[in-house]
Design a protein around this ligand. Structure first.
Ligand SMILES: [Ca+2]
Ligand SMILES: [Ca+2]
Length: 111
């Protein structure tokens, strides 16, 4: 499998949407109230979805998505290549974690 780039990102986004059908974790106030910039305009509903995705994945509530959390969230439905590509695309400061701002930047560009 040699596909990557936009196609891969699109498949990851569709995975996120399908996983999002599960019961929702409550968004904590400090995330709910956070004002975030986006590289492209998004609606309030989309921003709400991004925040929901983020808190669903951030299992240990340290406000960072790490690779283990992303892998656990997808329950084996994500390949190593997809996981790597996701961090390559979203972890802009290469900290090894994806912050909410990094995730929102990433997700906004998928629209
Ligand atoms: Ca975390
Ligand atoms: Ca980061």
């Amino acid at each position: 499998m040699a596909y990557r780039g936009a196609h891969l990102v699109a498949s990851l986004a569709s995975l996120l949407v399908s996983v999002g059908a599960e019961p929702l974790i409550q968004i904590p106030p400090h995330i709910q109230n956070l004002e975030l910039s986006t590289p492209k305009p998004v609606t309030a509903a989309q921003m709400q979805e991004f925040k929901q995705d983020f808190v669903d994945v951030d299992f240990n509530k340290d406000d960072q998505m790490d690779a283990q959390e992303v892998r656990a969230h997808f329950k084996g439905g994500i390949s190593d290549v997809e996981l790597y590509q996701f961090f390559l695309d979203s972890d802009k400061d290469q900290s090894g974690d994806v912050s909410l701002q990094e995730y929102v930047d990433y997700a906004a560009m998928l629209n």
